[in-house]
Design a protein around this ligand. Structure first.
Ligand code: ADP
Ligand code: MG
Length: 786
C-alpha cells in the first residue's frame, strides 16, 4: 500500500471576539517559514497561576486563521486536503480541540443561522459527493455514522429511538476487537447516504438528537465528544479490489482544565482535564510522538479506541486548535496551543487502505474463467473438457515424435494454445530426458501414478530385453546356417571341381584352407602327395579345375585310400590295351582298304587294255578275261578280311565305350563320396567347435571361382585345335561306313569325363587322336548310310 509520511497538521483558529470581550495580547505571523502565534501574558494577570510567569509564548502552526477567517477558507485550507486524501483511499481525521465556547462546533458543524456559516462537515459532504459524481470510473458507496461519547459511553446519534428515549436508556456503543485486532463498534449504525442531501439529513438528525439529549444539567455539549464519520468504499468495475476509507470529523469535549482554584481553596499545581478522554487522547498522542514507543495506550478510552486507526497509523490527521483570545481565556488558549505543539510532533504513516474481498474475488475469478472458456470455445470452435482424449493424446505423441526426429533446428512443436497439451508435452519431454531408453514408448500408456509408471517401465524394459535376446539367438542361428551354407557351397564347389594352378595361388583360398576342417588332414598328407603323380592334369582340366588346393589334395588322398581306385587303374590298363588293339586294327583296315583300292584300279586298267584290243581285234570282243577275274577274287578276299577286322574293331569300340562309362561312373561315385565325406567333416567341425568357425566370406570365395572358370576356358578350346591337328585326310575321305552314331552325341566338346586316364601324356594324346578319327569315320558312315 502506498504510504504518506508526515506530521499531524495542526492549525489554529481564533474565534472572533465578542463585543464586550477584552482582547488578549497576541500576534499572528503567517509569513515566517513556519507560521507562528505569539501570545503575550501581562504579569499582573497571573491571578493565582504560579506557573504563568513568562510574558510571551510563541507557538508554531501549520497555519493560523485569525478572527476574520471565514468557513469557506477554513474548509478549503484545512478540510479539503484531508477530504481529497479520503477520496484517494486514505483514512482521515479532523478534530477540533479547544475550550468550551472557542468555536469547535462552529468550525466542525457550523452556525445554524447563515448558510455561509456551514462548517466542515456539510462542506466536506458537499465536496465528497460532488467528487464522487464526477468520477464514473469507480463505483462508490457512502455511509455515515455519528457517535457521541459521554462519560466513556458511546451513543449512536443516528439511532431513531433518540427522540423517544433518554440518552441513558439508549443502547451503548461498545468496542469489539476481533482476532486481528480490528475494532468493531457494536450498536453504532452505518447509515447509507447516496447523495449530499441524504447525508445532510442524517447530520441534521444526529445534531437534533444531540441537542435533545443535552440539558442544562448535564452540559452534554461541552463534556461530550462527537464523531461524525464519512465511510467511503470504492472499486473499479470488474475489479475485486475494494478501497475503503473513512473521514472522522471530531468535535471534542471542552479542553478547559478543572477549576482554576483548587478544591478547598488550594491552588492546583498542574492542569487537569475535565474530560478523562482528552487526557487519554493526549497520552496516546504523546506516545505516538515518542520514537521507538511500541505500546500506544489506545484502549484507555473509548475515543482513542475509535480513533485508533485515524490518529497514529493509517491516516491523515489534522487538528484545529480553536482559540478564544479574550483576556479571561488566554491561559486556556495557551494550554490549547501547548497541546497542539505536542500533537504536531507526531509523524504519521498514512497507508492506502486496500483489501481484497474474498467473496468478490471468487465471484470475479469464476466469471473470468467462464469468460475465457467462452472465448476459447469461440476461437477453437469446440468445447473443452478438462481431460485430453485418447485420440488427442495419440496425436500429441505423434507430434512430439515427429518433432524429436526432425533434425531441422528451425522446426517447432506447435500444439496450439492449450495449456493441457503444452503441459503434456513438457511431461513427455521430461520422460524422454530422464528415460532415453524408452523414449519411443508412448506416454499415453503411462498412468499418473509415479510408482505404477516406474513398474510399467521395468516391465517394458524386460520385454524389450527378451525381444532383443530372441533376436540375437535367431541371428546367431542364421549366421551358423549361413556359414554352413557357405561352407557347403564351398565344399560342393571344391568337390565337383578339380583344383587348378590358379587357385593354388589364391590368398583367400589359403585363408579358407587354414580355417577349413581339412587343414590338418591336408598338411599331414601333403608330403606323400607331392611325391606322387603330378596332380592329374587331365582330370583337373576335364573337371573344370575348380577345386581348391586343399580340397584337391583331400580328393587325391581320398581317391587313393578308396578301393575303387584299384578298379580305375585296372580299367585304365584294359582301356589302354583295347585302344592299342583298336589302333592296330585301324591300321590293318587302312591297309586292306588301300589294297582293295589298288586292285580296283588294276581291273579298270585291264578293262581299258581289253577295250583297245577289241578295236584292233574285234573277233576277241566277248571272250572271258581270267586276269580281271583274278583281280576280282583278290578284292573279294580283301573285302572278307576287311569285314572281319571291322567286326573286331566294332567289338573293340563297344568294349572301349563300356570301359569309358565304367570309368566315368567310378569317378562320379568317388567324387560324390568325397563330397559327402567333406561336408560331413565340415559338419563335424561345426558341431564340435561352433565358436571357432568363422564365417567364410563367400563373396571372397566366389570371385576366385569365377576367375578360375574364365581361366580354364582356353583349355577347353585347345580341344578343337587338337581336333584339327589330328585330322587325317585319308580317314576323312574314307568311304568305309560303320560305327555307333550315339558316340557322336556322347562326346560333347566340353565334356569333362570322356577321356580315359593313363597318366602318360603321349598315350593320352594318341587315344584322343584315335577317338577323333573314329568319330570322323562314324560321321561319314552315318552320312553314306542315309
Ligand atoms: P464550542 O463548540 O467550542 O463550545 P461553539 O462552536 O458552540 O463553541 O461557539 C460558541 C459560540 O460562538 C457560538 O454561538 C458560535 O456561533 C460562535 N462562534 C464560534 N466561532 C465563531 C466564528 N468563527 N465566527 C462566528 N461565530 C462563532
Ligand atoms: Mg461545541
Amino acid at each position: 500500500a502506498a504510504m504518506v509520511k508526515e506530521t499531524i497538521r495542526v492549525y489554529a483558529r481564533v474565534k472572533p471576539l465578542g463585543r464586550r470581550q477584552q482582547a488578549g495580547s497576541y500576534s499572528v505571523d503567517n509569513e515566517e517559514p513556519l507560521p507562528s502565534l505569539e501570545i503575550t501574558v501581562p504579569r499582573d494577570l497571573a491571578d493565582g497561576f504560579i506557573n504563568n510567569k513568562r510574558e510571551s509564548y510563541k507557538f508554531k502552526f501549520q497555519k493560523i486563521f485569525d478572527q476574520e477567517a471565514k468557513q469557506d477558507v477554513i474548509f478549503d485550507s484545512i478540510a479539503k486536503p484531508v477530504a481529497e486524501c479520503v477520496l484517494a483511499g486514505y483514512n482521515g481525521t479532523i478534530f477540533a480541540y479547544g475550550q468550551t465556547g472557542s468555536g469547535k462546533t462552529f468550525t466542525i458543524t457550523g452556525g445554524a443561522e447563515r448558510y455561509s456559516d456551514r462548517g466542515i462537515i456539510p462542506r466536506t459532504l458537499s465536496y465528497i459527493f460532488d467528487q464522487l459524481q464526477k468520477d464514473s470510473s469507480k463505483v462508490y458507496t457512502t455511509h455515515v455514522s455519528y457517535l457521541e461519547i459521554y462519560n466513556e459511553c458511546g451513543y449512536d446519534l443516528l439511532d431513531p429511538r433518540h427522540e423517544a428515549s433518554r440518552m441513558e436508556d439508549l443502547p451503548k456503543v461498545t468496542i469489539m476487537e476481533d482476532s486481528d485486532q480490528n475494532i468493531h463498534l457494536k450498536n453504532l449504525s452505518l447509515q447509507q447516504a447516496t447523495n449530499e442531501e441524504e447525508a445532510l439529513n442524517l447530520l441534521f438528525l444526529g445534531d437534533t438528537n444531540r441537542m435533545i439529549a443535552e440539558t442544562p444539567m448535564n452540559q452534554a455539549s461541552s463534556r461530550s465528544h462527537c464523531i461524525f464519520t464519512i465511510h467511503i468504499s470504492s472499486k473499479e468495475p470488474g475489479s475485486a479490489t475494494v478501497r475503503r476509507s473513512k473521514l472522522h470529523l471530531v468535535d471534542l469535549a471542552g479542553s478547559e482544565r478543572v477549576a482554576k482554584t483548587g478544591i478547598g481553596g488550594h491552588l492546583l499545581t498542574e492542569a487537569k482535564y475535565i474530560n478523562l478522554s482528552l487526557h487519554y487522547l493526549e497520552q496516546v498522542i504523546i506516545a505516538l510522538a515518542e520514537k521507538n514507543r511500541s505500546h500506544i495506550p489506545y484502549r484507555n478510552s473509548l475515543m482513542t479506541s475509535v480513533l485508533r486507526d485515524s490518529l497514529g497509523g493509517n491516516c491523515m490527521t489534522t487538528m484545529i486548535s480553536t482559540l478564544a483570545m479574550d483576556k479571561r481565556n488566554i491561559d486556556e488558549s495557551i494550554s490549547t496551543c501547548r497541546f497542539a505543539q505536542r500533537v504536531a510532533l507526531i509523524k504519521n504513516e498514512a497507508v492506502l487502505n486496500e483489501e481484497i474481498d474474498p467473496r468478490l474475488m471468487i465471484v470475479q475469478l469464476r466469471k473470468e474463467i467462464q469468460d475465457l472458456k467462452d472465448e476459447l470455445a469461440l476461437v477453437t470452435g469446440k468445447q473443452r473438457t478438462s481431460e485430453l482424449s485418447q485420440e488427442e493424446l495419440l496425436q500429441l505423441d505423434e507430434l512430439i515424435d515427429t518433432f524429436l526426429k526432425d533434425n531441422d533446428p528451425e522446426s517447432s512443436l506447435d500444439v496450439g494454445a492449450d495449456m493441457r497439451k503444452i503441459k503434456y508435452c513438457f511431461v513427455h519431454m521430461k520422460q524422454v530426458i530422464n528415460h532415453p531408453m524408452t523414449s519411443g514408448q508412448k506416454l499415453l500408456s503411462q498412468d499418473i501414478s509415479e510408482e505404477k509408471n516406474s513398474n510399467e517401465e521395468v516391465e517394458k524394459l524386460k520385454g524389450l530385453l527378451q525381444q532383443r535376446d530372441n533376436e540375437i539367438n535367431i541371428l546367431v542361428t542364421m549366421l551358423k546356417k549361413e556359414k554352413k551354407k557357405a561352407r557347403d557351397a564351398l565344399s560342393q564347389l571344391n568337390g565337383t571341381s578339380a583344383g587348378s594352378t590358379v587357385l593354388e595361388q589364391s590368398p583367400s583360398m589359403s585363408l579358407e584352407e587354414s580355417q577349413s576342417p581339412s587343414r590338418s588332414f591336408s598338411l599331414k598328407e601333403e608330403k606323400d602327395f607331392s611325391s606322387s603323380v603330378p596332380r592329374l592334369p587331365l582330370l583337373s582340366r576335364a573337371t573344370g579345375g575348380k577345386m581348391s588346393l586343399g580340397c584337391q589334395e583331400a580328393f587325391e588322398v581320398f581317391k587313393r585310400d578308396h578301393a575303387d581306385s584299384i578298379t580305375i587303374e585296372d580299367n585304365k590298363q584294359l582301356l589302354k590295351q583295347r585302344f592299342d588293339e583298336a589302333k592296330c586294327l585301324g591300321e590293318k583296315l587302312n591297309e586292306v582298304r588301300n589294297k582293295i583300292t589298288r586292285l580296283k584300279g588294276k581291273i579298270i586298267q585291264r578293262r581299258i587294255q581289253r577295250a583297245a584290243l577289241a578295236v584292233s581285234n574285234p573277233s576277241e570282243e566277248l571272250t572271258f578275261d581270267p586276269v580281271e577275274e583274278n583281280l576280282r577274287m583278290q578284292i573279294e578276299e580283301l573285302k572278307k578280311s576287311y569285314k572281319t577286322v571291322c567286326s573286331r574293331f566294332k567289338g573293340l569300340k563297344v568294349e572301349i565305350e563300356h570301359l569309358q562309362l565304367l570309368m566315368e561312373k567310378v569317378k562320379m561315385k568317388l567324387q560324390k563320396d568325397f563330397e559327402v565325406w567333406w561336408s560331413e567333416e565340415a559338419k563335424k567341425f561345426q558341431q564340435e567347435k561352433p565358436e571357432m568357425v568363422t564365417s567364410p566370406n563367400t563373396a571372397a570365395v566366389y570371385p576366385q571361382f569365377i576367375r578360375s572358370s574364365q581361366h580354364l576356358s582356353p583349355n577347353s578350346s585347345s580341344d578343337t585345335s587338337r581336333d584339327s591337328l589330328y585330322e587325317d585326310p585319308a580317314v576323312k575321305n574314307n568311304s568305309i561306313t560303320f560305327g555307333n552314331p550315339t558316340l557322336k552325341t556322347r562326346t560333347p566338346p566340353s565334356s569333362s569325363i570322356s577321356i580315359p586316364l593313363t597318366g602318360d601324356s603321349q598315350a593320352d594324346a594318341d587315344i584322343l587322336a584315335f577317338i577323333k578319327a573314329r568319330q570322323n569315320i562314324l560321321q561319314k558312315k552315318g552320312k553314306s548310310c542315309q
